[in-house]
Design a protein around this ligand. Structure first.
Ligand SMILES: [Zn+2]
Length: 246
């Protein structure tokens, strides 16, 4: 179940499914990513410091990749600050925290309770079509011996089934990304709507992950809380999915 907590009066969204690690989604109250001009730079630096303090780490150890809607997955390392063309980041050490950035795309946080390792994936339609969430689970399995049964997953605020209409080509690609696409699309007034959050949920289930908390917030309907690329004419601001191990 999702609930809000505050960092100095700024709301963050958490789930009681992940208890042993710090995993949350930022809101508009505490933005730590602007992909555009540098007008918000001071505020972003301040907000990063607030989050780093809350997590008990140095700001410089709060790392994020350069997301390009790819299906490339990296492992966060203390000596590496740049992760080019990376849309999945695995975290295996408690002295670092990772975050990825979103405005409509689906954020997926994974946490292996047994091994105390985790990951964040960026699943827009391209990442979802490329099964990035499931691929991240596979990489955790292959490289760190994670058992999917030990993994819990959070699917965060994203453009909802209510609002996400796509063209035929995108629909075809998304429908091919799961073995059973029933219930994940709907035709309304001649438009095709898809349920991006639950497509990711089904991919995770197909990868063997059973415990998944799907957030009900739609970034368009709840644009007061989260950023929406579609609803805000390509905003450069992002909310973030943050993970730190204990
Ligand atoms: Zn909506």
């Amino acid at each position: 179940m999702f609930y809000f907590e505050q960092i100095n009066g700024n709301r963050i969204l958490k789930s009681d499914l992940i208890k042993r690690a710090e995993a949350f989604f930022t809101t508009r109250d505490i933005c730590i990513c602007d992909k555009g001009t540098r007008v918000n730079e001071d505020e972003i630096t301040r907000n990063k410091k607030l989050i780093a303090d809350y997590l008990g780490i140095e700001s410089q150890n709060l790392v994020f990749p350069t997301q390009t809607h790819s299906t490339n997955i990296a492992v966060a390392s203390i000596s590496q600050k740049d992760y080019p063309e990376t849309d999945g980041l695995i975290l295996t050490r408690p002295d670092l925290a990772i975050f990825l950035n979103f405005a409509d795309c689906t954020p997926v946080i994974l946490y292996d309770e047994k091994q105390n390792i985790g990951a964040v994936s960026h699943a827009g339609w391209r990442g979802t079509a490329g099964k990035i969430a499931g691929m991240t689970v596979e990489k955790m399995k292959n490289e760190f011996n994670s058992n999917p049964l030990d993994i819990v997953a959070l699917i965060g605020p994203a453009i909802g089934f209510c609002c996400y209409d796509v063209g035929e080509e995108v629909f075809e690609k998304l429908s091919a990304s799961v073995s059973d696409f029933s219930g994940l699309y709907e035709i309304r007034e001649g438009k095709i709507f898809v349920d991006l959050k639950n497509i990711n949920k089904r991919q995770l289930e197909e990868a063997g992950v059973g415990r998944i908390d799907v957030c009900s917030y739609c970034t368009v309907h709840n644009n007061d809380l989260f950023y929406s690329y579609r609803n805000e004419n390509g905003t450069t601001l992002r909310h973030s999915a943050v993970l730190k191990l204990n």
